[in-house]
Write a protein of this length. Sequence first.
Length: 239
Amino acid sequence: MTARSSETLNRLRSMGLDAASCNRCAVRESDYVFLAVKPYQFPAVARDIREEIAGKVVVSVMAAISTRVLHEALPGAEIHRAMPNLNIRIRESLTGLYSPPGSKHAEEVRRMLSCFGEVYEVSEELMDAWTAVAGSGPAIVAEFLDAFFLASLAVGLPRSTARSLVTKLLETTARYLSEHSDLHPAELRDEVTTPAGTTIAAIGILEGRGFKSAVIEAVRAATKRAGEIEREIEKKLLG
């Protein structure tokens, strides 16, 4: 692994990892290269490792940058694209993976990524959508949880109780839907909703405020932004 700051290098080494500050040296000594930097950092990294990358298997976990742009920046490498999410920290990532057709290394790449959670095969044209839903998803879910937490406080629940309640509510409802895969979320809603009851009163407010439309537009905006980032990075790389 490589890092720029001495603080990060020391932390990685304390975890028993082989860490260095020289990207070019690390690539030279490796068969598999994982590019885990922010997209705007990629042009500098690409220039640094370009002369060492031929023949390597490169797994990009950067948002937005297509294999076409990666091939142009890293000639001679076999390019795979992966998009994990924040839950990789607890080995519960939902990772989208695109591997080139006929790759002899695809299964090994998948095996490595599966150490951190579930891996889904995704066509490259859907990688921006995957980034918006799975990559940005934890932040979107966190926004909903924060709103629900504040709502719980607004109706008088103690702070400690409210936090535990809303997180467990999301966890258990998601597990229920996962264990009943033939049940549509709308059917679950209808099971809870009774005429003139509390649930329909709440849903009426959400619908009136455009809750579903806001979520749809948010995911569309994230997907669109991924395409914009690619064009920005391509311009920096290729001029």
